[in-house]
Ligand binder design. Structure first.
Ligand SMILES: Cc1ncc(COP(=O)(O)O)c(C=O)c1O
Length: 503
């Protein structure tokens, strides 16, 4: 018997809102309803493990007969998108989708797999300045689990300038943000702890949480933002140990959470005792959002009238926090704004958390490269000018990519994000895995939408980064468009061809 873990529920009114206008003249009502619910599941708007309303309740809300709802649910069970759970009604799920056997990949000419730009222009001058200071570190052993005090001071000053008073003792330097995510998960999570993640989200964070034994619980996010009711409801029902959120230019959607919603998250996390991990890797890539906010941890401090970091007293466990104080761990990186090749990231957290991270760290690595830290110090001394160049470059490349996609693939939905490094493109049909697979035969490597979901949804989306040169972006879009046009003649994954168009 198929089993599914109930991770959320949706009421009849909320489902009615999500369904939108679903009746289709050419289909019977139950088929149209089943198709629409199936699409919501495939797109990730109805996370798997969500309990649907009872048939009678939904029939009343939608003004349809109970038979229509019963038949729609039955059809969803038959296609593997719904499972009956004893005593708990029906829950959404995704059937395993076999990928079509694809042709042999050829050399990749345009790589859309990485949403990370090459080094910022002018970095060579910064490196040259840094190497002149090499004498200052050659007398050290080079084994330092928290990072150089000079760099930690600069990062602390960077937070302070943005409205979050921070001391160097609240910062640990890591080998990029991914290292920070892995270290935090492995240190703070116990086996089977729940971790709330956005869906879609950054895939290697999912890998890290799973690797640390965490059980993922999802909350949907689209290019238009978060469903706050769902987020709050999931937090309060599941009471996850940890919530991993990217609130500024989320990867892959580019969405930003408005300040008032951030306060709601803080209040809910305070009630549930959830540690909030904010990944700010893309937060500085503001291409014209039109508003700025203090860092999330500063909001958490203000909301409870205390500090969320830095002054932990006594022997608290890193998983608990002082009365009424939501614990916030902030992760940052120079990977997108300056260069991923530096491998410089950091954790901002309170003393207890940093002590635990430091104790756990030696098992996997023994510190940060000194020369790269010297370079990062020089980077911070020049940061506004470097960032301005990065933003101008990304803004231009984003506009080129949007223009090319809209003219070559007019049926695709190409929202324009106001920050970050990529577009989250709606493909209008569940072809993402097939497009990714067959794109390789035309020299373009794109990551299929399902890689960004915790459970294989998002077959109707692809993430297309604008971190390549304008010339490469144009070549890549041509190759993708050629691939997409050839797709109707190619075999599609079983069970996806019957789906209605997305709204
Ligand atoms: C949201 C997010 N977090 C973390 C990382 C990893 O960053 P780093 O290169 O600093 O390890 C990335 C890189 O793509 C990312 O997009």
């Amino acid at each position: 018997m198929t089993t599914v873990e109930i991770r959320g529920r949706i009421g009849p009114r909320a489902l009615e809102d999500l369904l939108g206008t679903w009746a289709n003249g050419g289909q019977s009502a139950y088929e149209a309803l089943a198709d629409r619910i199936r699409l919501l599941i495939i797109d990730g708007r109805l996370p798997t493990g969500t309990r649907l309303p009872a048939e009678r309740e939904l029939a009343e809300t939608l003004g349809r007969s109970r038979t229509t709802i019963v038949s729609a649910y039955r059809q969803l069970r038959e296609t593997g998108h719904l499972v009956s759970v004893r005593g708990s009604g029906s829950a959404t799920m995704l059937p395993p989708t076999p990928l079509p056997a694809g042709p042999e990949p050829h050399d990749v000419v345009v790589d859309f797999a990485r949403a990370a730009p090459a080094a910022i222009s002018g970095l060579e001058n910064v490196v040259e300045r840094a190497t002149r200071n090499i004498g200052t570190v050659l007398t050290k052993t080079g084994f330092d689990l928290v990072g150089s005090v000079e760099l930690r001071e600069r990062i602390a000053a960077h937070y302070a300038a943005r409205g979050l008073p921070t001391s160097a003792d609240e910062i640990m330097i890591t080998l990029g943000a991914q290292h920070a995510i892995a270290l935090v998960s492995r240190t703070l999570l116990r086996p089977a702890d729940r971790v709330l993640v956005e869906s879609p989200t950054y895939p290697h964070a999912l890998d890290a949480f799973r690797g640390a034994g965490g059980r993922l619980v999802t909350t949907p996010v689209t290019t238009r933002g978060w469903d706050l009711d769902q987020l709050r409801d999931t937090l309060e029902r599941v009471r996850p140990a940890l919530a991993y959120l990217q609130l500024d230019f989320q990867n892959p959607t580019g969405a930003s959470m408005p300040p008032d919603q951030r306060d709601d998250v803080i209040r809910a996390a305070r009630r549930t005792g959830t540690v909030i991990v904010i990944d700010d890797t893309t937060a500085d890539l503001d291409l014209g959002r039109g508003w700025t906010d203090v860092p999330f941890a500063a909001r958490a401090d203000t909301a409870v009238g205390g500090r969320s970091s830095g002054h932990a007293g006594g022997a608290r466990s890193p998983r608990t926090h002082a009365a009424g104080q939501p614990a916030v761990i902030t992760l940052g990186s120079l990977g997108k704004s300056v260069w991923g090749g530096l491998r410089i990231g950091w954790v901002r957290a309170d003393g207890d958390v940093l002590r635990s991270l430091r104790a756990a760290r030696a098992a996997s690595d023994l510190g940060n490269p000194e020369l790269e830290q010297l370079i990062a110090c020089e980077v911070f001394d020049d940061y506004p000018a470097l960032l301005e160049r990065r933003i101008a470059q990304l803004r231009h490349q984003r506009d080129v990519l949007v223009g090319e996609l809209r003219s070559r693939m007019p049926s695709w939905d190409v929202p324009v994000p106001d920050g970050g490094a990529s577009l989250w493109v709606g493909l209008g049909a569940p072809i993402s895995s097939t497009l990714a697979l067959f794109g390789l035969t035309r020299g373009v490597h794109v990551i299929a939408g399902p890689r960004f979901g915790a459970d294989g949804a998002f077959e109707r989306f692809a993430r297309i980064p604008y971190t390549l040169s304008a010339e490469d972006l144009v070549r890549g879009v041509h190759a993708l468009a050629d691939t997409a046009r050839a797709l109707p003649a190619l075999p599609l994954p079983a069970g996806t061809t019957q789906l209605a168009e997305v709204v």
